[in-house]
Design a protein around this ligand. Structure first.
Ligand code: E4P
Length: 221
C-alpha cells in the first residue's frame, strides 16, 4: 500500500518526502485555507509537485459540471500532472465521466458508502477516496465501509485505485492496508506517529549509552 501525505504545508511535505516514504500528496480547500494566504494556490501546488514529483490531487470548488471542467482545465494549464479531485455528487460524476474520456485522471472525494464508490468507478474515476475518520466520527464503521469497497473491487476488478482518506491514527493505516486499500493518504502528524515505537527509542538509548561506555573504557585503557 502506498502512502500519500494529506497536507498543503510545504515544511511537512518536504520532511515526509525526504524520508522517502510518500509517493504523492492530496490537498483539499480546507488544507489550503490553513496556509499563507499571500501565496497563490497554484504556487503552493506547483511547489508541492517540485518537492514530491509524484501524485498530486487538486480539488475543484465548483458544484456544477461545466464549472468543474473549467476548473480542471485551469489547474491542468499550470500543472499538467495534476489529478483533479472532484466531490462525490451527481454533477461531479458527470465531470469525472467527461474528464475520463479525455484521459484526465480524477480522484473522487467524499466517498462514504460502497454504492458511491461503485458509481465513481463506473463514471471513470482513477481514484476513489473513502473517508474513514469522518464516518467513525458519526458512529459508523469507516474501516467496515472500506472493507466492503475492497471486496467489491476484488470481485469486479475495477481499475480505479482505492484511497483510504480521512485517516486519524496509525491503526487506520494498518486496517486500510489489511482491507486492501491501494493507497492511504495520511496527515503529517499521523504519519510521524506511525513511525514511533517506545521500544525503538528505549533500545536506541541503551545502544548509545553502551557505545559511549565502551568508548570511555577504551580511552581509559
Ligand atoms: C482526502 O483526500 C481528504 O483531503 C482528507 O483525507 C480529509 O480528511 P479529514 O476528514 O481529516 O478532513
Amino acid at each position: 500500500m502506498q502512502l500519500f501525505v494529506d497536507s498543503a504545508n510545504l515544511d511537512e511535505i518536504r520532511h515526509a518526502a525526504q524520508l522517502g516514504i510518500i509517493t504523492g500528496v492530496t490537498t483539499n480547500p480546507s488544507l489550503l485555507a490553513k496556509e499563507d494566504p499571500s501565496q497563490p494556490v497554484e504556487r503552493i501546488i506547483s511547489t508541492i509537485h517540485e518537492i514530491v514529483g509524484g501524485h498530486i490531487s487538486v480539488e475543484v470548488v465548483s458544484t456544477d459540471t461545466d464549472g468543474m471542467i473549467r476548473e480542471a482545465e485551469e489547474i491542468l494549464s499550470w500543472l499538467p500532472e495534476a489529478t483533479i479531485k472532484i466531490p462525490m455528487i451527481p454533477a461531479g460524476l458527470a465531470a469525472v465521466h467527461q474528464l475520463s474520456r479525455r484521459d484526465i485522471p480524477t480522484n473522487v472525494t467524499l466517498v462514504f458508502s460502497p454504492t458511491q464508490a461503485l458509481a465513481a468507478a463506473n463514471a471513470g474515476a482513477s481514484y476513489v477516496s473513502v473517508f474513514l475518520g469522518r464516518l467513525d466520527d458519526i458512529g459508523h464503521d469507516g474501516i467496515g465501509v472500506l472493507r466492503d469497497v475492497a471486496e467489491i473491487w476484488d470481485i469486479h476488478r475495477f481499475e480505479a485505485e482505492i484511497i483510504a482518506a480521512s485517516v486519524r491514527h496509525p491503526m487506520h493505516i494498518v486496517e486500510a492496508a489489511k482491507a486492501g486499500a491501494h493507497i492511504a493518504t495520511v496527515p503529517y502528524k499521523v504519519l510521524m506517529q506511525s513511525l514511533k515505537h517506545p521500544l525503538t527509542d528505549a533500545g536506541l538509548d541503551a545502544f548509545l549509552r553502551d557505545a559511549a561506555k565502551r568508548q570511555q573504557r577504551s580511552v581509559a585503557v
